[in-house]
Structures are given as C-alpha cells and as structure tokens.
Design a protein around this ligand. Sequence first.
Ligand SMILES: Cc1cc2nc3c(=O)[nH]c(=O)nc-3n(C[C@H](O)[C@H](O)[C@H](O)COP(=O)(O)OP(=O)(O)OC[C@H]3O[C@@H](n4cnc5c(N)ncnc54)[C@H](O)[C@@H]3O)c2cc1C
Length: 416
Amino acid sequence: MSALDSFREEVRSWLDQNCPDNMRTPKDGGMRKPATPQEVTAWCGKLQEQGYTCPTWPKEYGGGSFDKEQAAIIQAEMARIGTMNPAVSFGTMMLGPVLLEFASHEQKVEHLVPITRGEIRWCQGYSEPGSGSDLASLQTRAVRDGDHYVINGQKIWTTMAHLSDWMFCLVRTDAEAAKHQGISFILFDLKSPGVTVKPIKLISGQSQFCEVFFEDVRALAKNLVGKENEGWTIAKRLLQYERNMLSGLGGGGLGGGRGRGRRGGADADARAKRGNAGPAMIAEGARRYLGTVGGGSTGRLADAGLRDELSQAELDQMAFSLTMRRANEEAKTSGPSAASSMFKLYMSEMGKRRSELMIRVMGYQALGWEGDTFSQQELNTTRSWLRSKGSSIEGGTSEIQKNVIAKRVLELPTTG
Ligand SMILES: Cc1cc2nc3c(=O)[nH]c(=O)nc-3n(C[C@H](O)[C@H](O)[C@H](O)COP(=O)(O)OP(=O)(O)OC[C@H]3O[C@@H](n4cnc5c(N)ncnc54)[C@H](O)[C@@H]3O)c2cc1C
C-alpha cells in the first residue's frame, strides 16, 4: 500500500470514529438531525486539533503541515461522508493565505490560529463608494498616532460585516503618493469605538452587504501587515485568492458565491435548498414543470431547443470541472495566479446562464416572492437567480477579469 493510501485509511478511520452523526450524511440514509451551533463549534475544534481545518498551513499556526495531496485526501474523505469543515470562511480562503505570505511571525500566531479554529469571522473592507473597479482610488484615510493608526472614511458592499468580528481593510496612508503607492493593509476589531455597520437591504430580500463607517477608529499599528504604503501588493494577492475561492479553484472554497453553502458532499443538498441550480436539477425541474414525451420522471423533454440547452449546460459544467481539476493538478505551487481570473469569469457567467435557464423552465412558478402557491424551493430559486447577478460583480466584475486576462495571462499590448 502506498504512503498516500495508508494516509487515506488513517483519515477515513479517524473521521468514522470522531464525526458526530448529525455532522455527516446519516449512515442509515435517513434524515440528518440539525446540528446546534455548539455542536458545529465542537466539530470544528476536533478537526482543528487534527490539523484538518487548514491542512496545508504550518502546525505552529494551527494547521496540519500536510502537503497538497494529503490535503486533497482529507477534503475528499470529508466530502465522502458529507461532513463540512466549519472553519471554511474568508479567513481560511482569503486572509489566511496572504498572512502566511506577508505577515510577521507574531501576526501569524495571533491571527491564523483563531482562523483555523473558526473563532474569528473576517470581512473584507476594500470597496468604497466610487472605488470599486478602480480600487486603488480608495479614500479611507489612516494616520499614524503613536502605537495606533486613526482611521476615517467609509467602505461599502462589505459582505457579512454585521456578522463579522474583524475586518481586513485597505486604507490610504499617504495622500500625496501615486495612487497605488500610498495604500496599506490593516486589520482591526469591528467592535472598536467609531465603527458603524449598516446592513443594506437587497432586491433579493436579503441583507448580505453592509456599509461600514469609520470615525476616528484607533487600530493598533502592530496589525498593519507588510510595510506602510506597500499594501497594494498584498491587496492584489488577496484578490487572486478571492477569485480562486469564487470559482472553486484550489478546492475547499465557498464555491459560486460568498456567504453561501460550503462545498463538499452536502453541497448538492445545500444547493437544492438554496434553489441554486446545477444541470441535473434543471433537467429535473424541466420534467416537473414542462412534462415529458409520454410523461414520467425519466421521459424525453418535448422541447428540442430546451434539450439542446440542457445538454450544453451539462457539457459546460463537465468541461469546467475537468479544466479546473487539471489546473489544480498542474499548479506548481498551491497559490493562485492571474489565471484565477479566467476561472472566476467562466464560473460566474456559467452560473448566470444556468439560473436563467432554470427560471425559464419554471415559467410562472419562478415569479414567486412569497405565499402558499409557491414551494420554498421555488422561492429560493427566484432569489438565487437574483443573487446570481452579483457573481459577475463580486471579486471584480467580468469586464475587469477580462482586462486582467488580456494583460496578465495573454500579455496583450495595452494602449494609452
Ligand atoms: C455579491 C457581492 C459581494 C461583494 N462583497 C464585497 C466585500 O465583501 N468587500 C468589498 O470590499 N467589496 C465587495 N463587493 C463590491 C465589489 O467588489 C464591487 O462591486 C466591484 O468591484 C465593482 O465595483 P463598483 O460596484 O464600484 O462598480 P464600478 O467599478 O463603478 O463599475 C461599473 C461598471 O463599469 C465597468 N467598468 C469599470 N471599470 C472598467 C474598466 N476599466 N474596463 C471595463 N469596464 C469597467 C464595470 O465592469 C461595471 O460594469 C461585493 C459585490 C458583490 C456584487
């Protein structure tokens, strides 16, 4: 037996012995009893002690010091029994990797360990009114005052800020320098005096985003990552990790949207509950809403055009998954590159096409907002379709991804 095979056996047997029944697909195939927040926390703690929440991070920072292949085995074995990694978050997917690259040892110990335990929820303070695609034009100011930076300004579209503990934030520390050069990357507690978080109500009926205002917020200078005024390099690196996360590249991401369900074996279930359609679900919906030639749940769809579109959606999904698997296997390092933009672009546009198709299949049943005439899954599908519009905006719009691909991947000449 190879070393990797015995590692797989070891992981499988540990999971079998330690994973609580309500944190996995039930062995008897019955319904899973919902886990309480305390049970989720306890499961997260057990996984972390084993080094399984952030397998490739060094042990001294709360990880498992496993290599890429071992990490893939851990993820696959967890998916096999349908359990989740409760630590997966912006902390594990975006902030942690850049701290590993750019932070001091003390900063890593202080911030990475709680991330691996799922203790601190992080949000991303990048966008400002007027500074989204042109992020480097941001205006939030931070001025050094002894052991602190004093921060004034505003962020917008900050996902889950109202449910987060800390923010990683881009601030301008030199107003005179060229716009990419006066930016710093700083971390601070959202409970600090002077921070106001206001949720924004969306058309989908949810409030995923917030406006965050800073009035003389004092952030400890020791939490500035990298050098003052050199935060832009860190900011860009984090965006690559974000695009990896949004496309599912690198594995273990939030997959197709932030703040949504986690990947893994339970993903298909979670997706169905959210109404977020995969090709198989659209085909099932088409049979239910439009009927089949000769009836029945396996019959042929009457509409030849729709059959065509469904086959295309399935092929797109398969080609995308295989390309992503190849990219993961070929990656020389576990870190992302500008190519993340290609996957992010394709994933978000494909997701939007699939949502549109599902809505067309459902007809009037896709018009529900509330009420008894619609099932919960139908209402979720409508909201999920509205939410899918955001996927080609978050983490940089599709136009911006195309710019990155043209410049950094294809190395096309720039004009002007
Ligand atoms: C679901 C979601 C979650 C988000 N979460 C966060 C978060 O947690 N933290 C955070 O900081 N931000 C977050 N954002 C904000 C997001 O990063 C910005 O919305 C995005 O970068 C676009 O910026 P903008 O909204 O200011 O649009 P603008 O930059 O004003 O763009 C408007 C339009 O102009 C186009 N455009 C702009 N510049 C160019 C160009 N150079 N070439 C071609 N076209 C261009 C854009 O593609 C777009 O169509 C989130 C957004 C969404 C939708």
